[in-house]
Ligand binder design. Structure first.
Ligand code: FES
Length: 133
């Protein structure tokens, strides 16, 4: 459920609903920024600027549900989880090593407009791992 305290401004861009999540000058090339969309730990997004391209993926690693993807090292448009090194494509979210069970990161549409960063407003679902707790 979307929480009022995370009430990011909404804007329709190209017919789709987007959330204005941060100022573009908060991003540094090759580094991630964490954005919390709600109280749900799975509603954290890791936003990256890499050589003028923007990427946004879930900040929650599917391995142990840690929330540090934004701190991961970047190489060739992949991000490594800082805990055990699982690697994910920033373009598709795909787990780059199939021997780790194919669990991938969710990706988000992210754009820059003027000096603001927007992500397409996601639908919020309770993930299966929380439903089963
Ligand atoms: S928690 Fe991310 S690789 Fe283990």
């Amino acid at each position: 459920m979307f929480d009022e305290k995370f009430n990011y401004p909404e804007e329709i861009i190209n017919g789709e609903l987007y959330l204005e999540i941060l100022d573009a000058d908060k991003l540094t090339n090759g580094k991630g920024v964490k954005v919390e969309l709600s109280d749900n730990p799975d509603d954290e997004v890791a936003v990256f600027l890499i050589n003028s391209e923007l990427f946004a993926v879930s900040n929650t690693c599917p391995h142990k549900h840690t929330r540090e993807i934004y701190e991961g090292a970047i190489e060739d448009l992949t991000v490594s989880c800082p805990f055990h090194g699982w690697e994910f494509s920033l373009e598709t979210g795909e787990n780059m090593n199939p021997r780790f069970g194919g669990k991938s990161l969710k990706i988000f549409d992210v754009i820059k407009k003027e000096n603001k960063i927007y992500i397409k407003k996601p639908g919020f679902e309770v993930p299966k791992w929380i439903q089963n707790m």
